[in-house]
Design a binder for this molecule. Sequence first.
Ligand code: UD1
Length: 423
Amino acid sequence: MDRFLVEGGRKLKGTVKAGGSKNACLPILVASLLTDEPFILHRVPNLRDVRTTLKILTALGKKVTFQNGTVTITADGALKNTLPYELVKQMRASFWVAGPLLARFKEAVIPLPGGCALGARPVDIHLKGFERLGASCQTERGNVILSAEKLEPAKITLRFPSVGATQNLMMCAALIEGETVLENVAKEPEIDDVTAVLNKMGAEIFADDKGRLVIRGQKTLRGAEHTVVADRIESGSYMIAAAAARGDVRVEDCVPEHNSILLECLQEAGVPLEIGPNYVHVKPYDGPLKPTRIKTAPYPGFATDLQPQWMALMSLADGAAEIDETIFENRFMAAPELVRMGADIVTEKTLARINGVKELSGAHVMASDLRGGFALLIAGLCAKGTTEIERVYHIDRGYEDPEGKLNALGANVTRYNPDKDDF
Ligand code: UD1
């Protein structure tokens, strides 16, 4: 398994370009199941989760090509409506095929999902929604079996604005004739991107004045061509890395307003920023990094996907910082590894108290989830000495060529595989 060796203390300077959003790509690729017509998606990052999604589409009977950031999906005979566990266990987002398959076949068998071990992560909101649309949902031997004689549009109130459930239900409702209304929905920019694609396919989806999603579904949907929105989590991760390393880094091709809260928090911490229409320039600073209190929340709140990276930054603050993680119950997995690097962090349930230290030191650490893995990379960039990060495959799920992008800024990050490379 690949590892990273990170030599700390290098100055970061230059430009890094944001890629297409992983979390928008995954549901958009899945939306191709709603049509037999060709579907073309540009600015697709070459990530493990994207490749898993393409394998899922192929397993379901689609013909897929992926070249230079463009995915083309065409029909290749009849689609299947069951998915093997081998693919689903790799990624929770594989469950998003349930909505389109149910809409097309009125029947689907999907193993319960895997993904990052961030806590229980149930799918009850998805299933409640499918039931409101007329489906029956049974769980048998690890599979969810969905079936319906007829699907009907409905008014559905989500008990929590789940991103995945909002997308899954939108995709299903887009192929049910009539008007479905979703209340208490997620408002992440990735939802807007999925909406744009479904509208290109012929659905009519809009947010009403009460913030509800109105979906005017159609009997059939067309193919579509689309360019994926910038990845706000990747962009934000590089902004935090630059701030932690006190670098001089311009993050380009991003949408700064999608990171509004992060930018406010960086400024509150004393990090100077220049914010342009499609870039954020993180400037070097000599003063202290001020500790802050953050609380993760659904968009537009502080993104839970940037919380571990923020923790790495706050490890170096001049005082005591606090994080309240309200989205996932088990999202402090990077904390003990950061402590091994000299950070002073105490976690209790959803709260983390971080007493900033003057310096982190390189250590042998292990990534145990995607964003926590990048947090270790950030800590390694700032630490004295060399950090060795195991289980880089977690980071590869959501960051395209992180060592290439960081090394172009002056970092020294080497990928190696101890089972293959002879050092
Ligand atoms: C998506 C993102 C993930 C991000 C998360 C929260 C993708 C591919 N993944 O994940 O990177 O961290 O949003 O912003 O877009 N929940 C339930 N029942 C459900 C569904 C969710 O209880 O049926 C709970 C989850 O356990 C979690 C919370 O709701 O505690 C948020 O989950 P959700 O918004 O659904 O996250 P995902 O869509 O899985």
